[in-house]
Design a protein around this ligand. Structure first.
Ligand SMILES: [Zn+2]
Length: 309
């Protein structure tokens, strides 16, 4: 839509509409902001390198081979869909072949933003970074810096445009989430000073601020108290399925292993501000398996058998 308006403004000036062109496009843009505007954000949390559902104990939810088709069905319904992950898409322990496949499947899902969790470092930084580059993974983190240079490993945030709204997605992980996984090459900053520094710049450039927080509610509440400019917090790490309000703002987390896909619907209120609602879509066998993902996972199993032989 941004292109459409900028095209219109240019052609208006070129064709001699002059001041009319300059006046009419901002008015149309303003109207489009006020009418029937809603956007959709889908999110996953704690995928834990779950390539496919275990079919154990009657549970047939989750796994990437089903999740890919669930995401496709949401994209068919909402062309504006933004897809986010709050961290821990890799495994809890080292398993390089599986983590490699997982990265390929995550790349195939075409996420808009991936927040780095502790588990993304399970194979070390030398495993992660070349793959982020090769697959062009849109990873962010405002709180992870290189230990030596103190420079950020990934961008702190991304701003996406949807239906005339500028949606800022900020990613953080607190040091407390790195209890079990250690990566000596990185340092994890405390969240409050990090956000205090970058949020003014972000709120200036955006209409809505979504925080991807790789920690549980214990971290979300004080941040919502300190930073009322946050519109919604998508948590992670604690493997919980959460959807509740705190100080009027939603705190959500989509459970674990890709069993649920969270879906946030954001409606712009007439008098200003946003109404945000959440729902969980169970990722069950009704989505069928993504054929390419199934083949890639089978190939992985075959390679394991060859290793054992
Ligand atoms: Zn974690």
């Amino acid at each position: 839509m941004g292109n459409m308006f900028s095209m219109g403004r240019d052609s208006g000036v070129k064709n001699g509409f002059g001041w009319i062109g300059r006046l009419i496009w901002p008015i149309l843009f303003w109207i489009s902001l006020g009418w029937g505007q809603s956007i959709h954000l889908a999110y996953t949390s704690n995928l834990n390198c779950n390539l496919e559902t275990c079919h154990c104990g009657g549970n047939d939810l989750g796994g990437m081979v089903q999740l890919l088709n669930a995401v496709d069905s949401l994209r068919a319904r909402y062309s504006d869909l933004i897809l986010l992950d709050s961290g821990d898409f890799l495994n809890t322990y080292t398993l390089p072949l599986a983590n490699e496949v997982m990265i390929e499947l995550v790349a195939a899902a075409k996420y808009d933003v991936l927040n780095a969790g502790d588990q993304e470092f399970v194979e070390g930084i030398d495993f992660l970074l070349p793959r982020v580059k090769r697959f062009n993974l849109p990873m962010i983190s405002a709180s992870i810096v290189r230990r030596e240079s103190r420079k950020r490993l990934f961008p702190a945030y991304r701003i996406l445009q949807r239906n005339g709204l500028r949606v800022a997605i900020v990613g953080v992980v607190p040091p407390q989430s790195f209890d079990f996984i250690e990566e000596p090459a990185v340092h994890i900053r405390q969240l409050t000073p990090v956000l205090k520094k970058i949020l003014p710049e972000i709120t200036e450039k955006s209409d809505l601020v979504v925080l991807l927080l790789h920690a549980g509610d214990w971290a979300a509440e004080p941040l919502l108290q300190t930073f009322p400019e946050l519109n919604v917090v998508i948590c992670g790490h604690t493997q919980e399925k959460v959807s509740r309000r705190y100080r009027g703002k939603l705190i959500v987390q989509a459970g674990q292993d890709g069993e649920y896909l969270g879906l946030l619907t954001v409606d712009k209120k007439k008098g200003g501000g946003f109404k945000i609602s959440n729902q969980f879509m169970p990722v069950g066998p009704e989505y069928k398996e993504n054929r390419w993902a199934r083949e890639r996972v089978n190939q992985y199993y075959e390679s394991l058998k060859e290793k054992i032989r």
